[in-house]
Write a protein that binds this ligand. Structure first.
Ligand code: AMP
Length: 219
């Protein structure tokens, strides 16, 4: 069992790789972005509070996301957790360390998915997902076989995120470099950091991550 963080800017492929790990290794994906979007869809008070902040591409408060993660960690996981989009600030990283310690576990690896900024705008502004099964598509590089229908589950509920615009992306990138990228140094210092090339093809990135997990699991 491993607990890992996938770290990288928007569009690096964290969600895609997390889904593959969930399917292949029975790990559990904890995406604070997905949790916040679910809160918005179900119309909770918290969901309403964060909606405008998310659409602008800014970070929601540490208190809210730490609360979401704490709740999910309470029940533990047999296959290990993949933290996707969390932590995004040093305060969140400290809180995660404490929460894991309290539940008697630890982090096994922090995987930085490194990409070239120029690739991100194209990846982000072209992407859409299936609202039913979560499959991720891209207008140019991975369109659906039949227009408007998910290849994986047949649903017609294909969605674009309101923050996947060029303008919101600029704010999200700024938040990444200002608040999140210091975590690279933080985890490097802790000896937990591994780097993979996020510009490689999806199966190659997955293979690099698998090799890191096998190494972390056997050490
Ligand atoms: P994501 O799906 O990870 O790109 O997250 C979408 C949006 O949700 C972000 O742009 C933030 O507004 C918010 N969000 C997700 N995770 C966090 C986090 N760990 N800390 C603060 N804001 C977050």
């Amino acid at each position: 069992m491993s607990n890992i963080i996938l770290l990288g800017p928007p569009g690096a492929g964290k969600g895609t790789q997390a889904r593959l790990l969930t399917e292949g290794r029975g790990m559990e994906q904890l995406s604070t972005g997905d949790m916040l979007r679910a809160a918005r869809t179900s119309g909770t008070e918290m969901g309403k509070k964060v909606a405008a902040v998310m659409d602008r591409g800014e970070l929601v408060t540490d208190e809210i996301v730490i609360g979401l993660i704490a709740e999910r960690l309470r029940d533990g996981s047999t296959g290990g957790f993949i933290f996707d989009g969390f932590p995004r600030t040093l305060a969140q990283a400290d809180a995660l360390g404490e929460l894991l310690k309290r539940s008697g576990t630890d982090l096994d690896a922090v995987i930085e998915i490194r990409v070239d900024d120029k690739a991100l705008e194209d990846r982000i502004t072209g992407r859409f997902t299936c609202g039913n099964c979560g499959e991720v598509y891209h207008d140019r590089t991975k369109p659906t076989d039949k227009a408007g229908i998910c290849d994986a589950c047949g649903s017609t509920d294909l969605r674009r995120r309101p923050d996947d615009t060029a303008e919101a992306l600029r704010t999200r990138m700024l938040a990444y470099y200002r608040d999140t990228s210091p975590l690279i140094g933080y985890y490097y210092h802790a000896g937990d950091l591994f780097v993979v090339d996020g510009l490689a093809e999806i199966p190659k990135v997955a293979a690099s991550i698998a090799a890191i997990l096998d190494q972390a699991g056997s050490s």
